[in-house]
Write a protein that binds this ligand. Sequence first.
Ligand code: 1HN
Length: 357
Amino acid sequence: MAVSTATSAPAKNPGPKDNIIGARQAYYDKIDKYDMAPLWEVLKDHVTKVPKSKCVPVLWKFEDAKKLVLEAGDVITAEEAERRVLVLENPALRGQAKATNTLFAGIQLIMPGEVADVHRHVASAIRFVMDGRGAYTAVEGEKTIMSPGDFVITANWAPHDHGNTSDQPMMWLDVLDMPTVNHFESSFMEHFDEKVQKATRQDGDSLAFYGSGVLPDGTMANPKRTPVINYTYARTRPILERMLKAGDIDKHHGARARYINPTTGGWVLPTMGAHLALLPKGFKGEEYRSTDGTVFVCAEGKGATTVGGQAFEWTQNDVFVVPPWTSYSHMAEKESVLFSISDRPAQEALGIWREAA
Ligand code: 1HN
């Protein structure tokens, strides 16, 4: 589509300025036919002085999401759906399966007795367990039984299947770097002949081997992904309590731990990073902003986050989005825990991440 110069109506008696505008428009129409466009007309839309996010702050109440995803259990099986997930779509990006411009978020349901068959894809997934316990995810031959607050990782191209051998519905938040992968148009996916993977390791092996301050001798650093598949809440939550007792409380983020790849100390994945933060009762965080778009989940407690001047009240399992370069501050009415995921590692790797407090 040709660029238009028309900023004001033509004058009655065309002068030299109108002639220039007319000539420019004729020129734009001409180059348009060659699939060319004048940068000088659109430069400011693309090279903005500060980040201009296309997504908006938003919160999904778990109370609603739980009811709705359980209804999905009546209309489609996990097997038919392949993955029975309600996509949390940013209201400004409807139809694009995006929570932020770079992250997918959705709530997955597995009913008792169901399985979600083994497959793999380039997009990496982070799962944060919300409701139910006893279902498993199997990643590259290691099964892990999931409990609320657990943070499970399926890295790029890792085969994974899920199953629910418990007697209760199981729900978790899936966050994937799918929009990032699709931005690069580099998605691949593969199914397997078998429905579920054969176990090749014991449940808990990866956390015991790599997440315990020791490494199996000879372990090589792998900067592309963490070897741990489940950072359990049972292990991480008490660490925040210790940070709090030690007075290690950030004035914006509270007592916050960063999930790491234990072979490097870096982020868990190159495209997505995660934190878990404890906000003491009565916490009033100071304003903060950064260029990474972030998906938060309340793991425990009750409070509110002001995002770009808008207050979002949250309680357990509510999910909310902070768009890039949007100021936010947390307040905790009760002692609260917030889990968060963002594209910060990708931005850091590219040298474009910034923050301001
Ligand atoms: C996927 O494979 C899973 O394996 C969950 O559980 C959510 C969203 C988009 C694309 C693939 C899963 C997904 C997904």
